[in-house]
Design a protein around this ligand. Structure first.
Ligand code: ZN
Length: 189
């Protein structure tokens, strides 16, 4: 159990396409230890999710968890999920504009995410999952899967909406939280 350093934008590993984890490696201590570190590091930083690239390991593993998150108080709860070799499929054209942040980027801003996704992944016990995720939770999955492809939020954010967290709080938070709270109530996720 170790809280690892979260690498900031500019580090080349954040621009590296992560490699798949062979199924036969999932039970190995190296992979299980990396998963433990991802969970500890995500929780320590109050992240809603984290991808292995962010702690310097370009392999296709991400974790997601939301539980009364002080960094993103409007996000609905998500139980701890460990996804190895995740695959996303957009189910339709429905989209939502989300103001997103990232543990590797000191700014946040607005981008467009798909609302309805099919996600397929293997968990840390080696079991396969295939299910639908929606709404802000779908946004979090897209964010973390982007990391595994070397894509950062700044590639998707409308540059005119970029803001520090401090200025977001002063000028944009109220309007965003009002809109997104209505959205979460409608979608239920
Ligand atoms: Zn991120």
């Amino acid at each position: 159990m170790t809280v690892r350093r979260i690498l900031p934008i500019g580090h080349p590993v954040l621009r590296t396409k992560a490699t798949p984890v062979p199924r036969s490696d999932i039970s190995k201590p190296r992979v299980q230890g990396l998963i433990d570190d991802l969970i500890d590091t995500m929780r320590h930083a109050n992240g809603a999710g984290i991808a292995a690239n962010q702690i310097g390991e370009p392999v296709r593993i991400l974790t997601v968890e939301v539980n009364d998150n002080p960094r993103y108080p409007y996000k609905p709860p998500v139980p701890l999920t460990v996804a190895i070799n995740p695959e996303l499929e957009t189910l339709d054209g429905e989209t939502v504009v989300i103001n997103e942040g990232c543990l590797s980027v000191p700014l946040r801003g607005e981008l467009v995410r798909s609302v309805n996704l099919r996600v397929r992944y293997t968990d840390r016990e080696g079991s396969d999952h295939d299910r639908i995720v929606r709404g802000l939770t779908a946004g979090t999955w897209q964010h973390e899967c982007d990391h595994l492809d070397g894509i950062l939020v700044v590639d998707r954010i409308d540059p005119k909406t970029l803001s520090t967290w401090e200025q977001f709080k002063v000028h944009h938070q109220d309007a965003f939280v009002e809109r997104i709270t209505r959205f979460v109530a409608e979608i239920g996720s």
